[in-house]
Design a protein around this ligand. Structure first.
Ligand code: THG
Length: 882
C-alpha cells in the first residue's frame, strides 16, 4: 500500500511559476509531505505546459517549469528515501485550460479552442521536462475530458519512446456529477474502454468529491479496471464559500473505509487537504491488504459517451447511412453544409437501434478531412448520438487520423489492410492503438482484394499474426472484413462471393481467437438497386447464415424492416439458393422474382394504397399544450419543432419576450434541477443552451418589431465571466434575457480581467455589471473585481451568478468590500426582474439587501461559534470516552 499527495498547491494564480521564482517554498512543501510519511509525492507542475502558461505569457518557460518542478521533488524525495521505505516522484500533468471535446461557443458546436496536435505538442514538452527532471512516474490527473487524456497518454508514450525510457503512467479522473460522468459526459466504464489500448499502471479518481461521494465510483473502478486503483479526494465538497469543511480527523476514517474494503492501492489528498491529512492517512494503510487487480476484460470494449458491452455472442449493427458514398441524401446535406439535418440521419439510426454509426466523407468534391472533423465534432455535442461509438470510415489515412483526433470514446477505424505492404500496415495499426481505437482489417493484400475463400483466410491469418505478435494488439480489438461483394450480377464468377464470405467467417471465428468479423452487408445486393424489398430480403438471409457461423458486426441500414422470418417460403428458397450458391441458374430466378415484385408494388401504388409514414408523432405532440412542448424541446435539446411551436405560442402571449421568460425559462430551470440531481450531464445541458439560443433567434425579429413601439433602452448592462474562468452558458442566457427585456448588453466574454471590467464600465457608462463564473476560484476573483470597482470610485449595482456562487458568499465576502448593491442571482430568469427593480429604485433594493445580508452574516457567525465550541468540546473530551 502507498500513500500519496495530490495537487499540493492551489490552482489560483500561477503556482507552477514558483518552481522558478521561489523553489524553496516548493521544496519546503515537499519536505512536509515526506515527513508526514508520503510514499509518492507529486510535482508542482499541474499546469507546466505552454497552453496554460500562455495565460501568463510564460509559454516559453513551460519546459523549464516542468523540469525544475520535477527536480525539486526528486531532490527532496531522495533525501528521505530509505531501502525499507523508498519515496517516489509522480510528475503531475493536469488537463490544461482547454478542452478537445467541447465547443467554447454554444452556437457553433463544431468549433474547438485547440487542436489535438497543438495539445500533443504541449504535453510532449511537459512530459519531456518532467522526465529530464527525473520523475518516477507520469501522473495524468484531474481528467475531465477523455480526449485530452488520450492526447496526454499519446504524448507520454512518444516521449518515453524518444528518450528510450519507460515509466508507469498513472491516470486520475474527476467525476463531476452524481451519476458518475466526467465533465465531458462520459461514464466511467466508457472511459475505461477509451484508454483500454494503452499500457497503464494505475487509475483512480481525484478532486471534485470527498471520500464518501467517491466511494461508489472507486468501487466500480476496482471491479472493472485491470490496473492499480488510486483515490485522492478533496477535503469534502466545497461549501457555499468555496472552502472545504473536512479536517484531517474527519477525513481519515472515511479514507480508512476504502482501504478496509480492499478497493484501493494508493490514497492521498487533493484540494483542501494538507500534509496533516497524509500524516493521519499513513497508519491507515500499514499492514493492510492492497486491492487485487481486476482481471483483464474478456470481451471487446467500445465506447462513445457510454460503454457498448458486452460484445460477446451478440451481433452489433453499425449504421451505414452517414456515408456520402452510400447515401445520396447524406452527400447532398454535407455538400450544402446542412449539418443539423445530417445529424438527424445519425440520430435516427441510433433510435432505430444502431449500436455504432459509420461515418464516411470520401467524395472527390469534398474536403473529406475537414468534413470528417466537423461532423464528428458536431456529433460530440449531441449526447443521444454521441452515446454510441463511431466507426471512422475512409480509404484515406489522413481522413481517419483527422477523425480519431476528434473522438473521446473508443471508436473503430474502418479500415486498414495489407494492400500497401506490411510496413504501412504496421504503421497504421500502431496509430490505431495510440489513438485508443479498435480496427477493421479488410482482406486485401499487395495482390489486391480477396474474392475466394482461400485468399480471404490466407490474408486474415497473416494480418492476425502481424497484429497480435508484432504490433501487440489485443485480438479482441480486431474486426476482419472478408469483403461482402455483389452477387446475382449476371456474371457467373460472382456466384460464390456470399458463400465464400460465410465460409471465411466460420474459419476466422474458429482459427483466430478473439477476433471479430464484419462486412458491409448492403454491398451484397447492389445489382438490385431500386428494389428495396428484394435487397432487404437478401440482407436478412445473408445475415441469418453469416451470424450463425460467427459474423458479429455488420454495416447495415438499421431501419430495415424485412426479417428472415417474414420472407414467404417460395421467395426464401430462391434467395437462399442465390446467397448460398446452391444451384446454377438461381440468379436468373431471383432477377425474375425481383421484376415481379417491383411490378406488383407499382400496381399497388397506382391503386392508391400508399402505406406512407405514420403521423403518430405529430398527433402525440399536438395533445400537449404548446408551453409544455417548448419546455420539453429545451429539456431534450431538440429544435425540430421549435419554429412551429414558437409561432403557435406567439398567439398565446402578449409579447414575444414573455415566451422566453415564461415557458422557455421554466424549461431551463427544469434542466438546472435535473443537472443538480445528476439526471442530466454537461453535454446535454449545452444542447439545451443551444436550443434556447435558437429559440431566441427565432423570436428576435418579433421582439425587434415590438421594440419599435417603445424605443427607449431599459438600461445598459455589462456582462463578463471573470478571469480564470471560461464558462459562459449561463452568462449567455442572461445576455439574451436582458436584451429581450430592452437592455443594452455589452458582453465582454470570458476570462475578463478586473481592470478591463472597470475600464469598460466607465467608458460605456453602464447602469449595472453582471459577473459570472462557474468554478470555485471565480468566487475569489469576484471579490477582487468588486474591490477594483470600489477603488475606481464606482458603486453601480453588481449582479453575481454562476454555479458555485451563493447568497452567503455574496453576503460575507463580496458585499462587504463594495460600496454599492451586490445581488446574487439564483438563476438567469431573475436578472431582468432584479435589474428592473434596481433601475426603478436602487436605494430601496440596497436597503433590502443590507437587511437580508445582516441576517445571513449573523446566522453564519452563530453557526461558526457552534462549530468551534464543538471542536473544543471534542478536544477536552475525557480520555475514557475514546
Ligand atoms: N466494408 C467496410 N466498410 C464499408 C463497406 C464494406 N463501408 C462502406 C460500405 N461498404 C458499407 N456502407 C454502405 C452504405 C450504403 C450502401 C451500401 C453500403 C447502399 N446505399 C444505397 C445504394 O447505393 O443503392 C443507398 C442509395 C441512397 O440512399 O442514395 O447500398 O464492405 N469495412
Amino acid at each position: 500500500m502507498g500513500t500519496m499527495i495530490g495537487a499540493v498547491l492551489g490552482k489560483v494564480g500561477n503556482s507552477d511559476e514558483l518552481n522558478l521564482t521561489r523553489p524553496e517554498i516548493v521544496s519546503e512543501i515537499h519536505r512536509k509531505y515526506l515527513a508526514a510519511g508520503a510514499d509518492i509525492i507529486s510535482t508542482n507542475t499541474f499546469s507546466s505546459q505552454r497552453i496554460s502558461q500562455a495565460d501568463y505569457n510564460l509559454q516559453d518557460k513551460a519546459w523549464e517549469m516542468a523540469c525544475r518542478g520535477a527536480k525539486l521533488a526528486r531532490e527532496e524525495a531522495d533525501k528521505f528515501s530509505k531501502e525499507e521505505k523508498p519515496r517516489f516522484v509522480a510528475g503531475s500533468i493536469g488537463p490544461t485550460n482547454k478542452t478537445l471535446s467541447m465547443s467554447p461557443d454554444v452556437s457553433n458546436p463544431a468549433m474547438r479552442d485547440i487542436t489535438y496536435d497543438e495539445l500533443l505538442e504541449a504535453y510532449m514538452e511537459q512530459a519531456d521536462g518532467l522526465m529530464e527532471g527525473g520523475v518516477d512516474a507520469l501522473l495524468i490527473e484531474t481528467i475531465f475530458d477523455t480526449l485530452n487524456a488520450k492526447c496526454a497518454i499519446d504524448a507520454c508514450n512518444r516521449v518515453m519512446l524518444k528518450r528510450n525510457q519507460e515509466l508507469p503512467i498513472m491516470l486520475s479522473v474527476t467525476v463531476s456529477d452524481l451519476a458518475g460522468r466526467t465533465l465531458s459526459g462520459q461514464t466511467l466504464d466508457a472511459f475505461l474502454a477509451s484508454v483500454s489500448t494503452y499500457k497503464i499502471f494505475s487509475i483512480g479518481l481525484n478532486c471534485s468529491f470527498g471520500a464518501t461521494q467517491m466511494k461508489p465510483f472507486i468501487r466500480e473502478l476496482a471491479q472493472k479496471a485491470p490496473y492499480y486503483i488510486s483515490c485522492y479526494p478533496n477535503a469534502g465538497l466545497p461549501n457555499a464559500l468555496g472552502l472545504y469543511d473536512e479536517t484531517a480527523e474527519s477525513m481519515a476514517p472515511k479514507m480508512g473505509e476504502l482501504v478496509d474494503e480492499g478497493i484501493v492501492n494508493i490514497i492521498g489528498g487533493c484540494c483542501g487537504t494538507t500534509d496533516e491529512f497524509i500524516r493521519l492517512y499513513q497508519p491507515l494503510v500499514e499492514g493492510k491488504k492492497p486491492h487485487q487487480i481486476a482481471e483483464k476484460p474478456k470481451t471487446m470494449w467500445l465506447s462513445g459517451l457510454e460503454l457498448l458491452a458486452p460484445l460477446e455472442n451478440t451481433f452489433t449493427n453499425v449504421g451505414e447511412r452517414c456515408n456520402v458514398a452510400g447515401s445520396r441524401k447524406f452527400l447532398r446535406l454535407i455538400k450544402e453544409k446542412k449539418y443539423n439535418e445530417a445529424l438527424s440521419i445519425a440520430r435516427k439510426q441510433v433510435s432505430d437501434g444502431a449500436l455504432v454509426i459509420d461515418v464516411n466523407m470520401d467524395d472527390g468534391l469534398l474536403d473529406a478531412k475537414q468534413e470528417m472533423a466537423t461532423f464528428l465534432n458536431m456529433i460530440a455535442a449531441e449526447p443521444d448520438i454521441a452515446k454510441v461509438p463511431v466507426m471512422i470510415d475512409s480509404s484515406n489515412w489522413d481522413v481517419i487520423q483527422a477523425g480519431l483526433k476528434c473522438v473521446q470514446g473508443k471508436s473503430i477505424v474502418n479500415s486498414i489492410s495489407l494492400k500497401e505492404g506490411e510496413q504501412k500496415f504496421v504503421e497504421h495499426a500502431e496509430d490505431v492503438m495510440r489513438y485508443g481505437a479498435a480496427v477493421v482489417v479488410m482482406c486485401f493484400d499487395e495482390e489486391g482484394q480477396a474474392t475466394t475463400y482461400e485468399r480471404r483466410i490466407e490474408i486474415a491469418q497473416r494480418a492476425y499474426k502481424i497484429l497480435t505478435e508484432k504490433v501487440g494488439m489485443n485480438p479482441r480489438d480486431i474486426i476482419f472484413d472478408p469483403n461482402v461483394l455483389a452477387i446475382a450480377t449476371g456474371m457467373e464468377e460472382h456466384d460464390a462471393y456470399a458463400l465464400d464470405f460465410i465460409r471465411a467467417t466460420e474459419w476466422i471465428h474458429h482459427n483466430l481467437p478473439g477476433a471479430h468479423v464484419s462486412g458491409g452487408v448492403s454491398n451484397l445486393s447492389f445489382s438490385f438497386r431500386g428494389n428495396n424489398y428484394i435487397r432487404e430480403a437478401m440482407h436478412a438471409v445473408f445475415l441469418y447464415h453469416a451470424i450463425q457461423v460467427g459474423m458479429d458486426f455488420g454495416i447495415v441500414n438499421p431501419s430495415t424492416k424485412v426479417t428472415y422470418a417474414d420472407i414467404p417460403a417460395e421467395e426464401l428458397k430462391v434467395i437462399e439458393d442465390v446467397v448460398l450458391n446452391r444451384r446454377k441458374g438461381a440468379s436468373e430466378d431471383l432477377i425474375e422474382l425481383a421484376g415481379k415484385i417491383l411490378a406488383e408494388e407499382l400496381a399497388k401504388k397506382e391503386a392508391g394504397a400508399v402505406s406512407g409514414s405514420t403521423t403518430s408523432e405529430t398527433d402525440d405532440r399536438s395533445k400537449s399544450p404548446v408551453e409544455e412542448r417548448l419546455a420539453q424541446a429545451l429539456i431534450k435539446g431538440d429544435s425540430t419543432f421549435l419554429e412551429d411551436d414558437l409561432k403557435e405560442a406567439l398567439g398565446n402571449f402578449p409579447h414575444a419576450v414573455d415566451i422566453i421568460e415564461g415557458p422557455l425559462m421554466a424549461g431551463m430551470n427544469k434542466v438546472g434541477t435535473l443537472f443538480g440531481e445528476g439526471k442530466m450531464f454537461l453535454p446535454q445541458v449545452v444542447k439545451t443552451a443551444r436550443t434556447m439560443k435558437q429559440a431566441v433567434d427565432i423570436l428576435q425579429p418579433y421582439i425587434e418589431a415590438e421594440k419599435t413601439e417603445s424605443t427607449t433602452s431599459a438600461g445598459k448592462v455589462l456582462l463578463a465571466t471573470v478571469k480564470g474562468d471560461v464558462h459562459d452558458i449561463g452568462k449567455n442566457i442572461v445576455s439574451v434575457v436582458m436584451a429581450c427585456n430592452g437592455y443594452d448588453v455589452i458582453d465582454m466574454g470570458v476570462m475578463v480581467p478586473a481592470d478591463q471590467i472597470v475600464r469598460k464600465a466607465k467608458e460605456e457608462n453602464v447602469d449595472m455589471i453582471g459577473l459570472s463564473g462557474l468554478i470555485t476560484p471565480s468566487l475569489e476573483e469576484m471579490v477582487n473585481v468588486a474591490e477594483e470597482l470600489k477603488k475606481a470610485g464606482m458603486d453601480l449595482p453588481i449582479m453575481i451568478g454562476g454555479a458555485t456562487t451563493s447568497e452567503l458568499h455574496v453576503a460575507l465576502k463580496i458585499a462587504p468590500v463594495y460600496g454599492g448593491p451586490v445581488v446574487w442571482m439564483k438563476d438567469a430568469s431573475q436578472n431582468a426582474l432584479v435589474a428592473q427593480k434596481l433601475m426603478a429604485d436602487k436605494e430601496a433594493v440596497e436597503h433590502e439587501l443590507d437587511e437580508k445580508y445582516d441576517i445571513l452574516r449573523e446566522e453564519y457567525k452563530q453557526e461558526q461559534t457552534k462549530i468551534v465550541s464543538l471542536e473544543e468540546a471534542r478536544k477536552n473530551k475525557p480520555k475514557y470516552e475514546e
